[in-house]
Design a binder for this molecule. Structure first.
Ligand SMILES: *[C@@H]1O[C@H](CO)[C@@H](O)[C@H](O)[C@H]1NC(C)=O
Ligand SMILES: *[C@@H]1O[C@H](CO)[C@@H](O)[C@H](O)[C@H]1NC(C)=O
Ligand SMILES: *[C@@H]1O[C@H](CO)[C@@H](O)[C@H](O)[C@H]1NC(C)=O
Ligand SMILES: *[C@@H]1O[C@H](CO)[C@@H](O)[C@H](O)[C@H]1NC(C)=O
Ligand SMILES: *[C@@H]1O[C@H](CO)[C@@H](O)[C@H](O)[C@H]1NC(C)=O
Ligand SMILES: *[C@@H]1O[C@H](CO)[C@@H](O)[C@H](O)[C@H]1NC(C)=O
Ligand SMILES: *[C@@H]1O[C@H](CO)[C@@H](O)[C@H](O)[C@H]1NC(C)=O
Ligand SMILES: *[C@@H]1O[C@H](CO)[C@@H](O)[C@H](O)[C@H]1NC(C)=O
Length: 620
C-alpha cells in the first residue's frame, strides 16, 4: 500500500513542479500564488527568458527584505512599498485579483488596488514590466506605477512621479525634467535645449537601451534628446536605466547582465552639494578628495543623528533660549541654497554687512547669505529647512544666528593632530617662523663676519664654509670678540661697522640692535643665549635689548677653553678675528641686509597669519 501511494504522489509533485515551471517560463503568475521572504529556495516569479524576476531581495540590512522586480544579477527596477519588510513577510497574488505585500505582523504594506476588477492573471515580461490582466487587458502595470526607476520601453508621462525619500522627479507639461525636495522646492529643472523650438502638448520621457534619454511629443518628430549616458551605444549585454537616488540626484546607470553592479553614467545635478537638503536641515555640504561631507556650521550645533550626518544638525541651544544675546556666526565661502518658490519675499539688495546685521535684528531671520557675486543679492532664511553648501570656489558669505559665544569648528589640521588641546598654531606657521629666524640670523652674522674679513685674500664669499671649517683658533675668536666688545663699550659703533657704510645712510639704531643681539648670541653660557623667538623680537625691535654681558674672554682672560657644538653659530661671526680691522667694499653686505629684510618679512607675514587665525577659524 505504502509503495503504491508513493509513485502516485511523486507523480503529482513532479506534475505540479512541471506545471509551475511552465507557468514561470511563460512569465505568467496564477492567482493564489504566494512568495515568502523567508524561503530562499523558492524560485521567484520570472520573465520568459529570466531577464527579470519578481521576488524578495535583501535590503542590505540583516533580516530586512524588499519585494522587487530585479534585473538579471539582482538590480532592482521596481519595488512593492517604500519600506523594507521582515523575513516573515509574503507577496501574495490573491484570487480577488489583488497583488499584496504583507509583513510578518500580518499588516498590508503595499497593495495593487486591483481587487474586484476582474484580474485573472499576472505576467512579467522580458522588458521588466509586471502586468495584472483581465483577459488580455492590462488593469495595472509596474510601468504605469513606477517607484524610482525608468527602464527602456517604459513610457514615463507627465502624471507620473519617481520618489526616493523626500525627493521626487516629474516630467512637467512644458517638457522639463524637474527634481523637487518635499514636493515644494524645485532644485533642478531642465528642458530640451534651444535648438528644439517647440511648445509641447503631451510630453513623455523614455530611455533607449543604448543610453539616450529622450522626450517625445506630437510636436517633436522622432523625439528630442535630453541626455546621453557616457557609455552610450557601447555594444554589450547591458541594461541602461534612469533612477532617482536617495541622495536626490537623477542618474542613468548601466548594469551588465548578471553582474548585479550598476555603474552611474550620467547625473542630472553635476554638483551633488546643490541638491537641496542633501545634508539635512542646517547641514553643510562640502567636498573632500573622495566625495561629499556633511557637517554642521559650528560647534554651536550638533548632528541630529551622530551615525548619519545626512540627517542634519540642530543648535545646542535654540536662539530663543540664549542666556545672553544671539550673535551671527560668520561662514566664508558658504551659501544657503535658495530655489523657487523659496525666494519670494526673502531677497534683498543690501551690502554684505547689512545682510549680516539686518538678519541679526530680525526675529524672523534665522540665517542669511550674501552672494557677493556682483549681483548685490542677499537672501534671508526664515526658520524651517535650511540647506548649506561650503566650497572655496563660492564667493558667498553666510551668517547664522547662534547664541554667543561663537564656537567655531576645529580646522581640519587640528582634527588630524587629535584633540587640539590648545595647540592652535599650524605646524607650517612654526616652520616659517623658525626658518625666517634662522635666515635672519645667518644673514646678520654673515654680514658681521663679512665686514671684517672680506678683504682677506684667504676668504671669499664662496669660501665661507671652508672658513667655518678652518676656524679652530679659540684665541682668534676671543681676540675679535674682545676687540668688538671694547669698541662697543666705548660707543664706537662705527669702528665695528664697515667704513664704506659710515658715509651712507645707515639706521644706526638697527645696527646697534644687531650688534647687541650678536653679543647675546655668543654668550658662553648656553642659558644666557636668547631663544630664537626672542632673537626675532629683539631684531624686530619689539623687545628691548638689555646690555649684553662682556664676552667670556674679556672677563676670564683667554685660556682656550673647549668649544662646544652649540657655540658654532657664534663661530660664524667671530671667524673674522683674523682680520680685526674693518675696511671697505662689499656687495655681500647689501645682499645680507636684504636677506635679513626678507627674513623679517616672512616673520611679519607669519605673525599676521597668527593674528588673523582666530577669524579664519570661524570659517566652516
Ligand atoms: C508590519 O507593518 C506594520 C504597519 O506598517 C508595523 O506596525 C509593524 O511593525 C510591521 N511588522 C513587522 C514585523 O515589520
Ligand atoms: C474574457 O474574454 C472572453 C472572450 O473574449 C469573454 O467571454 C469573457 O467575458 C472575458 N472575461 C472577462 C472577465 O472580461
Ligand atoms: C506614452 O504614453 C502616452 C499616454 O499613454 C502616449 O500618448 C504616448 O504616445 C506614449 N509615448 C510613447 C513614446 O509610447
Ligand atoms: C514637508 O512639507 C510638509 C508640508 O508640505 C511639512 O509639514 C513638512 O514639515 C516638510 N518636511 C520637512 C522635512 O520640512
Ligand atoms: C525649463 O528648463 C529651462 C532650462 O533648460 C529653464 O530655463 C526653464 O525655466 C524651465 N521651465 C520651467 C517651466 O521650469
Ligand atoms: C541641442 O541638442 C542637440 C541634440 O542633442 C545638439 O545636436 C545641439 O548641438 C544642441 N544645441 C545646443 C545649442 O546646445
Ligand atoms: C510657443 O508658444 C508661444 C506663446 O504661447 C509662442 O509665442 C511661440 O511662437 C510658440 N512656439 C512655437 C514653436 O510654436
Ligand atoms: C572624505 O570624507 C569621508 C566622509 O567623512 C571619509 O570617509 C573619507 O575618508 C574622506 N576622504 C579623505 C580623502 O579625506
Amino acid at each position: 500500500m505504502f509503495l503504491q501511494i508513493q509513485p502516485r504522489s511523486l507523480f503529482l509533485v513532479v506534475f505540479l513542479l512541471v506545471a509551475a515551471k511552465a507557468s514561470e517560463a511563460a512569465g505568467t503568475i496564477a492567482p493564489g500564488s504566494t512568495l515568502d521572504a523567508s524561503n530562499a529556495n523558492q524560485a521567484p516569479w520570472s520573465s520568459p527568458s529570466s531577464t527579470f524576476s519578481l521576488g524578495f531581495i535583501s535590503s542590505g540590512l540583516p533580516n530586512s527584505f524588499i519585494a522587487a522586480i530585479s534585473y538579471s544579477g539582482g538590480v532592482p527596477i521596481w519595488k512593492a512599498g517604500s519600506t523594507p519588510v521582515d523575513s516573515a513577510a509574503s507577496l501574495q497574488f490573491l484570487s480577488s485579483g489583488a497583488l499584496r505585500l504583507v509583513n510578518g505582523s500580518g499588516s498590508t504594506v503595499w497593495d495593487s488596488g486591483t481587487a474586484g476588477k476582474g484580474v485573472s492573471s499576472a505576467s512579467l515580461e522580458d522588458t521588466g514590466k509586471l502586468s495584472l490582466l483581465r483577459n488580455e487587458t492590462v488593469v495595472w502595470s509596474s510601468f504605469d506605477n513606477p517607484t524610482d526607476t525608468v527602464v527602456p520601453s517604459q513610457n514615463f508621462t507627465t502624471g507620473m512621479v519617481l520618489q526616493s525619500g523626500l525627493y521626487s522627479f516629474r516630467l512637467i507639461s512644458s517638457g522639463n525634467l524637474t527634481l523637487r525636495w518635499n514636493d515644494s522646492i524645485v532644485y533642478f529643472t531642465q528642458g530640451l535645449n534651444s535648438s528644439y523650438d517647440v511648445n509641447m502638448t503631451s510630453p513623455s520621457l523614455g530611455i533607449q537601451n543604448i543610453g539616450i534619454l529622450s522626450i517625445f511629443d506630437p510636436s517633436l518628430s522622432g523625439g528630442g534628446i535630453m541626455a546621453y549616458s557616457n557609455d552610450y551605444a557601447e555594444n554589450r549585454d547591458t541594461l541602461r536605466y534612469l533612477k532617482l537616488d536617495d541622495d536626490g540626484n537623477l542618474r542613468i546607470y548601466s548594469s551588465d547582465r548578471g553582474s548585479g553592479t550598476p555603474i552611474p553614467r550620467w547625473a542630472a545635478v553635476e554638483d551633488q552639494c546643490e541638491v537641496f537638503g542633501y545634508c539635512g536641515n542646517m547641514g553643510i555640504c562640502s567636498y573632500n578628495d573622495t566625495g561629499t561631507i556633511c557637517g554642521c556650521p559650528s560647534q554651536n550645533f550638533e548632528l541630529v543623528d551622530p551615525k548619519d550626518s545626512r540627517k542634519g544638525c540642530k543648535r545646542k541651544v535654540e536662539t530663543v533660549n540664549c542666556p545672553g544675546n544671539p550673535t551671527m556666526l560668520d561662514m566664508q565661502n558658504t551659501q544657503f541654497l535658495t530655489y523657487p518658490p523659496e525666494t519670494e519675499s526673502q531677497i534683498f539688495f543690501v551690502g554684505i554687512s547689512a545682510c549680516r546685521s539686518n538678519c541679526l535684528v530680525n526675529p524672523s531671520c534665522d540665517a542669511s547669505t550674501s552672494l557677493s557675486d556682483g549681483t548685490g543679492l542677499c537672501y534671508f532664511k526664515t526658520p524651517g529647512f535650511i540647506s548649506g553648501y561650503q566650497s572655496p570656489a563660492l564667493p558667498s558669505s553666510s551668517y547664522v544666528k547662534v547664541c554667543s559665544p561663537v564656537d567655531p569648528n576645529p580646522s581640519p589640521n587640528e582634527q588630524l593632530t587629535g584633540k587640539g588641546g590648545g595647540w592652535r598654531i599650524h605646524p607650517w606657521v612654526v616652520a616659517v617662523v623658525v626658518i625666517g629666524t634662522i635666515l635672519g640670523l645667518v644673514a646678520l652674522e654673515g654680514s658681521l663676519w663679512w665686514w671684517c674679513c672680506r678683504n682677506s685674500p684667504k676668504f671669499g664669499v664662496l669660501s665661507a664654509h671652508y672658513a667655518l671649517l678652518e676656524y679652530a683658533s679659540e684665541t682668534r675668536r676671543q681676540k675679535f670678540c674682545v676687540w668688538a666688545y671694547e669698541e662697543f663699550e666705548k660707543g664706537n659703533i662705527k669702528a665695528i661697522l664697515d667704513q664704506r657704510l659710515a658715509d651712507q645712510e645707515v639706521d644706526m639704531e638697527q645696527v646697534v640692535r644687531a650688534i647687541k643681539v650678536s653679543f647675546w648670541c655668543i654668550q658662553e653660557q648656553p642659558s644666557h643665549r636668547p631663544m630664537m623667538s626672542k632673537v626675532v623680537q629683539m631684531l624686530e625691535g619689539i623687545t628691548e635689548i638689555e646690555r649684553p654681558p662682556a664676552p667670556k674672554a674679556l672677563t676670564e682672560g683667554s685660556n682656550g677653553s673647549s668649544m662646544t657644538v652649540s657655540s658654532n653659530i657664534s663661530a660664524f661671526s667671530t671667524t673674522a678675528a683674523s682680520v680685526p680691522a674693518p675696511s671697505s667694499s662689499s656687495s655681500f653686505q647689501i645682499a645680507g641686509v636684504s636677506v635679513y629684510a626678507s627674513g623679517k618679512n616672512i616673520e611679519r607675514a607669519s605673525s599676521s597669519l597668527l593674528r588673523s587665525y582666530p577669524e579664519g577659524q570661524s570659517q566652516f
